[in-house]
Design a protein around this ligand. Sequence first.
Ligand SMILES: CC(C)(COP(=O)(O)OP(=O)(O)OC[C@H]1O[C@@H](n2cnc3c(N)ncnc32)[C@H](O)[C@@H]1OP(=O)(O)O)[C@@H](O)C(=O)NCCC(=O)NCCS
Length: 150
Amino acid sequence: MTNIIIRPAKESDAERIFEIHRNAILNIEDYLYSQELKQAWAPENSKRAEQIITLEQYYTVVALIDKKVIGFGSIIENNLKLLYVDPDFQKRGVATKILKHLEEKLTKPIESKVSKNAVEFYHKHGYKIRSKATVMFKNKSIDTFLAWKS
Ligand SMILES: CC(C)(COP(=O)(O)OP(=O)(O)OC[C@H]1O[C@@H](n2cnc3c(N)ncnc32)[C@H](O)[C@@H]1OP(=O)(O)O)[C@@H](O)C(=O)NCCC(=O)NCCS
């Protein structure tokens, strides 16, 4: 089994976090989210990555395989905020390892807005899917679901 290391994100990870964030969104199947929605949702530069690394209210970690950053996850105010894995490294347990690490930092109940493609993943990890929740990116509304673990 591949050795996946989790460590806190550093400022030097910003560019790679941005790349993973953008590629993971653009790689979601078109039947779940249209190209137009994905283009609005995907970050265009590393500003968001820099925020989640440097702002005090975030706790952000990266996952590494063979010293390469291949995923990241972030929490803010007891909410799971972001969880993204490089498309080339998905379905190998990377998100599971990040999620388990972040859950240890959170107090239950845990809440997260999750995208359609991630519903099955959260369900497998004991989350109940509560209701639809819309998030806005560049005036486009993206349908997500509120996931909840008690
Ligand atoms: C959702 C995501 C984070 C999962 O990452 P991952 O590293 O591939 O997940 P894991 O390998 O840890 O998967 C764990 C389990 O969930 C399942 N799973 C993961 N993605 C799935 C999918 N798209 N559909 C169905 N099951 C999925 C796996 O099969 C695995 O189950 P198993 O252990 O029974 O085989 C990743 O697909 C991703 O980054 N997607 C795009 C971005 C995104 O939607 N992020 C979440 C925002 S809320």
